[in-house]
Design a protein. Structure first.
Lengths: 334, 319
């Protein structure tokens, strides 16, 4: 009791100091790191090979590659915020590109309906993941690993080898500019805007609550099943959008096109300083993390190294970034 | 005491489930084609399963402690490609290549393990990044990461027999015995389970958590590199993506074998069953003229089904 009284009898000055300390502690250094990485990378690339940044179409090409990763990193962030993970996006992207390259290649009025159907498939797959995770006691890692295998298998059934001819409307549609700014840049800006809106919603509060302490979140009335289904449904829908974009830029489909995005999306989220243990993080940082990750091959090119170096550097930078983050946030033995 | 027996039964029940599944698949195969039960075919299945089984040893230890090793594809490919690159068909060079790979595996495992145990990096990210870095290094060093023609003696060893039993199966049997003794009868084994069950409790009970936590990653990296050497002899060629199949199949084998991905639960015997189940499925599907699509789908379904049933058993646990 006396301790409590002592704690209450503080001078305004002490309270001010404590408040400043709290504010400083609340500055989440890891989530600001990707901005530093992007700046450093961009400057280095600019110094060695300016046309990679300022050359004709350079921004268009860069952001065209970033779009699918940014889309899946958005969904992956939500899954990781709930202390989960979504590996099934690999299957969803593969299935989407396979479908678009084989069955849905009309340029007619049904074009938009077909795209909508593909996104609906992604949302349905995601919802199923969410249901399995929320209702059974199975781990998100296991559930989405299994559904990745299953939907990746379905993609193989739809289209055994890469190729196909996607709709020319789609292929033409992903390139070019709108109001003199590349469409890809608009899309990424839209994702940033979406996050700025989303972070203030009830949905986001619930999602982070689930990630930091699920049992407590349930006691405070967070609708666990609904929220988890929503999170994985969004992730599935965004993965389908990523597949649509990828089919357009590659002008073909592939039953394995999605697999690399599983690891890349986790890397983007982690480079964004989000803890894989859930409960906090910023999707804006994950989007910047996605840009960082895909700038590395350009860095390797600018430095005149063999392309193999980008695989090495992507791995090494991921390890260094995550190690420094976890040392920054270090807790005791746990 | 009685809880220990119940716990033991529960663990064995999930392993029995995995072996039951393997038996069922075997019966289906035999009914469909009498060749399936021939001694030669059984040998082929076991040899094919042994590679997942061998990398599954380290993976089992990692998963037991609540971690995972996603750098296995790179250590496997590294072991194979480096052997091809350095040996140049000369088997006598294996005498220093194998110790070299042991050393490299130790270094890789230590980096993974220290990152996970001391820096507190999530295993999934640590090993993923490490795998990428290794793959890049391998490509840079060997300029493309390809090697053909293993030393003939290596091929002979992998495909050969001792006392009428396939060498490869004998190696796997040896690892199985070693792993079982390690997990069941040694203090290190008990410590691994303790850490996986409750890290804080293990720490309070006097387990030097960090030091023990490094071990699974070292075992996994060394195991991956040596499995790569054998796989090189088996396939007759090495390339940088040759280990990619083991990225998740090793984890699937462990999970099908009844281990909880959260740690603290499972046994290498289960992983052996899991590896056999995966290989039997891969062997069965062509009999029904089903290909890659069906293979992936059935792996997914099997994974969901076994983990679901194991989960039912676990959630009924009182308290």
């Amino acid at each position: 009791m006396s301790e409590l009284q002592a704690a209450m009898e503080t001078t305004p000055q002490q309270r001010g100091l404590r408040k400043a300390a709290t504010v400083w502690r609340k500055v989440d250094l890891p989530s600001w790191m990707p901005y530093v990485y992007v700046l450093v990378l961009a400057v280095v690339i600019y110094v060695f090979e300016p046309r990679l940044i300022t050359g004709p179409g350079a921004i268009d090409i860069r952001f065209g590659l970033v779009v699918p990763l940014a889309l899946v990193a958005f969904g992956q962030s939500l899954a990781i915020f709930t202390r989960g993970i979504d590996l099934s996006i690999g299957g969803v992207i593969s299935l989407t590109t396979a479908l678009l390259a084989t069955h849905l290649n009309s340029t007619s009025r049904t074009f938009w309906l077909e795209l909508l159907a593909v996104v609906a498939i992604g949302v349905a797959i995601g919802s199923l993941n969410g249901l399995l995770i929320a209702v059974t006691s199975m781990q998100p890692f296991i559930v989405t690993l299994a559904t990745w295998l299953i939907w990746g298998g379905v993609a193989f059934a739809v289209m055994p080898i890469e190729g196909g001819t996607p709709s020319s409307t789609l292929v033409d549609g992903v390139f070019g500019a709108f109001a003199d700014i590349p469409k890809s840049v608009w899309l990424i800006a839209l994702l940033f805007a979406l996050w700025i809106w989303l972070r203030r919603t009830r949905f986001m509060v619930d999602v982070l609550a689930i990630g930091s302490d699920e049992a407590r979140a349930r006691l405070t009335g967070v609708p666990l099943v609904t929220r988890k289904v929503q999170v994985y449904a969004i992730s599935g829908g965004l993965a389908a959008l990523a597949g649509i974009w990828l089919t357009g830029t590659n002008a073909q489909g592939s039953p394995t096109s999605g697999n690399q995005f599983i690891l890349w999306s986790v890397a983007a989220v982690v480079l964004g300083g989000t803890s894989i243990f859930g409960g906090k993080g910023s999707i804006a940082s994950a989007l910047v993390g996605a840009i960082t990750f895909l700038l590395i091959p350009d860095l390797v090119f600018a430095l005149g190294l063999q392309s193999f170096w980008s695989i090495f550097l992507q791995g090494t930078i991921l390890v260094l970034a995550v190690t420094s983050n976890s040392l920054l946030q270090k807790r005791s033995i746990r | 005491m009685s809880t220990a027996i119940v716990e033991g039964f529960r663990r064995n029940a999930t392993i029995a489930l995995a072996f039951g599944l393997a038996g069922l698949l075997f019966v289906i195969g035999t009914v469909h084609s009498s060749e399936f039960a021939s001694a030669n075919h059984i040998k082929n299945v076991l040899v094919a399963a042994s590679f997942v089984g061998l990398v599954g040893f380290g993976q089992t230890l990692c998963i037991l402690t609540g971690g995972i090793d996603l750098s296995i594809p790179s250590t496997v490919a590294g072991g194979a490609v480096l052997t091809g690159y350095l040996a140049d068909q000369d088997a006598s060079r294996l005498l220093w290549i194998v110790p070299l790979l042991l050393g490299l595996g130790l270094v890789v495992g230590l980096i993974n393990g220290v990152g996970v145990a001391y820096a507190g990096v999530p295993p999934i990210i640590m090993t993923l990044g490490m795998g990428g870095a290794l793959q890049g290094l391998l490509l840079i060093y060997t300029n493309g990461g390809r090697a053909s023609s293993p030393p003939p003696e290596l091929v002979d060893f992998v495909n050969g027999k001792t006392f009428g039993l396939s060498n490869q199966i004998l190696v796997w049997a040896g690892v199985t015995v070693f792993a079982s003794v390690l997990l069941t009868w040694t203090t290190l084994g008990r410590k691994l389970y303790a850490i996986g069950t409750n890290r804080t409790a293990a720490y309070l009970a006097g387990v030097s958590v960090r030091r023990v936590l490094v071990v699974p990653y070292v075992v996994s990296a060394i195991g991956g590199a040596l499995t790569g050497v054998l796989l090189f002899g088996y396939l007759g060629q090495a390339f940088v993506n040759m280990g990619d199949d083991y990225l998740f199949s090793s984890a699937v084998a462990v999970a099908v074998g009844g281990a909880s991905i959260l740690g603290g639960n499972g046994h290498y015997i289960g992983t052996v069953a899991g590896a056999i189940v995966l290989t039997l499925i891969a062997g069965l599907l062509p009999l029904f003229s089903l290909g890659t699509a069906a293979l992936q789908i059935s792996y997914g379904v099997i994974l969901l089904a076994t983990v679901f049933f194991a989960g039912i058993r676990l959630t009924r646990k009182p308290g």
